[in-house]
Each structure stands twice: as structure tokens, then as C-alpha cells.
Design a protein around this ligand. Structure first.
Ligand SMILES: [Zn+2]
Ligand SMILES: [Zn+2]
Length: 136
């Protein structure tokens, strides 16, 4: 255990400081936004912890400030409801295929498999009906 406290020449004075620095040590963090390395100091970590934050920040301070501003903007934007991104009606991925029955160009909402027939809408209906009448 004492090996950890080898930091200072006066272990008696250093002891309680070391206790803190055992929990909070300066951390090098790469900013999530700008990719710059920044130091999350022990002091900041202490402050962070005192206001209830558990996780280290992912961003440097300038980016955090920027982001805070951006977020408050985005929030009011979202409240206004004007957004280009509408997840409800996201365009479905479709694949251009040729109908196995009539040869018509069509699209299917799944990746066609080589050994599986694909049908245009009309033929698909016919095939479905055939299968139905066959099974009943
Ligand atoms: Zn940054
Ligand atoms: Zn067809």
C-alpha cells in the first residue's frame, strides 16, 4: 500500500493529499468534438463530483461551452417542430429487380437473393393467391 504514497519527500504531509489524488488524478482526455487532448484536472474532477457528475467529460471546455449553446438552440428548434429529419417517414431502402414471372422492372424492400424469385406487385399478389388456394 505504501508504495503508492511514494510521491513526496514528506509522507506525513503528503498523505491526505495523496488520498485525494488517489481518487482524483489529472486525466488526459481526447475531446470528442475537436479531437484535441485536454487535461481534466483533479481539481475539476472534484468540482465535477461535487455537483453530482460521475463521468468524466467527453469534451474540452471550449467545446463544452459551444455545445451547451448549441444544445439550447437545438432544443428550442425541436420545440418549434421545424426539422428536416423526420424519422417516422424515413425513406425505405429499396432494391431494383426484375420480376421473375413477367420480367417487369420493379423494386423490393429487401435485398434480393440469387436463388429466390422476386415478383412485381401484380405477380406477387397472384403468387400469394395461388399459394393460398393451394394450401387451403
Ligand atoms: Zn474540443
Ligand atoms: Zn411480374
Amino acid at each position: 500500500m505504501y508504495a503508492i504514497f511514494r510521491l513526496g519527500s514528506r509522507p506525513d504531509r503528503v498523505l491526505d493529499r495523496c488520498f485525494i489524488s488517489m481518487i482524483y488524478t489529472d486525466k488526459q482526455i481526447t475531446c470528442h468534438d475537436c479531437g484535441m487532448d485536454f487535461t481534466f484536472t483533479a481539481k475539476e474532477q472534484e468540482q465535477f463530483a461535487s455537483i453530482g457528475h460521475v463521468n468524466a467529460p467527453k469534451r474540452c471546455q471550449p467545446c463544452r461551452i459551444k455545445r451547451k449553446k448549441a444544445t439550447s438552440k437545438t432544443n428550442s428548434f425541436a420545440a418549434g417542430g421545424s426539422s428536416n429529419i423526420d424519422y417516422g417517414v424515413a425513406p425505405r431502402k429499396t432494391f431494383a429487380v426484375k420480376c421473375s414471372t413477367c420480367g417487369k422492372d420493379t423494386v423490393v424492400p429487401f435485398a434480393p437473393e440469387a436463388n429466390r424469385p422476386v415478383y412485381c406487385y401484380d405477380c406477387f399478389r397472384k403468387v400469394k393467391q395461388t399459394l393460398k388456394s393451394e394450401s387451403s
